[in-house]
Write a protein that binds this ligand. Structure first.
Ligand code: ATP
Ligand code: MG
Length: 356
């Protein structure tokens, strides 16, 4: 019997609504698989906690999370708390504290009706974006000089270390080799004449160790165009923190929207817990209405199962998502249905039972 210890951070707005459905799926897996059990501990961190305590999470939050096998996060951020506080003090704190330097975002079209791209089908849109998750444009380094004066200047520095750049690119080559897919690096060396020139050099250098992997290198503007016009070009994509953030929102748009997009924040060495979360935020406009789409959060559970080495469950969840996406009427309003967060979760459990 394998027991996995999971820290739940439901967070704000629709975060807690969708995490409940994800937990439902985990409990169902436990029920159906005699070899697996889960234990859960819930942490009430987020913006409500901030408004009460003046901080997003406990001072020793990182130490409290350390013993867990995984963190399952809903979403953080709410009106009244500036976004840069909620993002930096919780999400980025955890990503950094646990050296989750790999962000894995599948861009997979599971039903042709979900894409706004004319004449593209599932086989055209099926790739993985590997986003650098620990430094780059998100380093937080910079300065604010002569604030409020006419000569005011603001600096925001991208930090690309040899170690940080090599390890993400190496991870991507390994992934491409393992799955026998092409690897595309996305950068912007023509405009960012230090960081991205370095990125391209490292991509080439590390590539010498992987002569079997077919590679491409695009500027981020061209890559944005291809994401929409020719997504079939991509199999595995590796890119920097900011470019990955932006590109994967395009990825979400071509595969069914934020209600379906998932991301894993991984520490590949497994020295620290990894974190699984839907890409979307707390969506204040629909929070409390019970209509948030839980499928992104459920897809995160699939990624978590893969990470635990329980790929059969990862695949079972994914194929159940494919099945449920055919039942348009039963889905949440963002996908044109009349279902609720809870009814989709309940239906999912039924289908998963049939699917195993
Ligand atoms: P945050 O600041 O927390 O990122 P946000 O409003 O900027 O919040 P999101 O929460 O990511 O951005 O969502 C943008 C919009 O997309 C929401 O307002 C909502 O209408 C829609 N949306 C996001 N996630 C979902 C979901 N799971 N189900 C349905 N609609 C969603
Ligand atoms: Mg947002």
């Amino acid at each position: 019997m394998k027991n996995f210890n999971i820290a739940l951070i439901p967070g704000d707005g629709i975060g807690s609504e969708v995490v409940s459905e994800g937990v439902k799926i985990l409990k169902e897996i436990e029920e159906m698989d005699a070899a697996i059990s889960f234990s859960f501990a819930e942490f009430p961190w987020g913006c409500e906690y901030y408004l009460e305590h003046g901080k997003m999470m406990a001072d020793d939050g990182i130490e409290q999370l350390q013993p867990f096998d995984a963190i399952y996060l809903g979403a953080v951020g709410y009106p009244g708390v500036p976004d840069h506080i909620s993002l930096r003090e919780l999400l980025l704190q955890i990503r950094k504290g646990f050296d989750q330097y790999v962000n894995l975002r599948p861009i997979t079209l599971l039903n042709p009706s979900l894409t706004p791209l004319k004449s593209k089908t599932e086989k055209d849109v099926d790739f993985l974006v590997i986003r650098e998750n620990s430094e780059g444009e998100y380093s937080g380094a910079g300065d604010w000089l002569y604030k409020g004066k006419p000569e005011e200047v603001v600096l925001q520095t991208g930090v690309f270390s040899r170690k940080g750049t090599e390890r993400i690119i190496r991870y991507a080559y390994e992934e491409a080799r393992k799955s026998n897919r092409t690897l595309t690096s996305v950068s912007k060396a023509n405009a960012l004449n230090y960081s991205m020139v370095f990125w391209d050099e490292v991509f080439e250098e590390v590539g010498k160790e992987y002569p079997d992997v077919e590679t491409y290198s695009y500027l981020v503007d061209a890559a944005s165009l291809y994401f929409v016009a020719q997504p079939e070009r991509f199999e595995v994509v590796v890119t920097s923190n900011l470019f990955g953030d932006i590109l994967t929102d395009i990825g979400a748009a071509i595969t069914g929207g934020l209600g379906l997009a998932t991301g894993a924040n991984v520490n590949p060495e497994r020295n620290y817990p990894s974190m699984f979360e839907p890409v979307h935020g707390s969506a204040p406009d629909i929070a409390g209405k019970g209509i948030a789409n839980p499928i992104a959060a459920i897809w995160s559970v699939s990624q978590m199962m893969d990470f635990f080495g329980e790929e059969k469950w990862g695949e079972a969840i994914l194929s159940t998502i494919k099945t449920i996406l055919k039942e348009t009427e039963q889905l949440t309003p963002d996908l044109g249905g009349q279902g609720s967060t809870k009814s989709v979760g309940d239906r999912f459990v039924e289908l998963l039972k049939d699917n195993r």
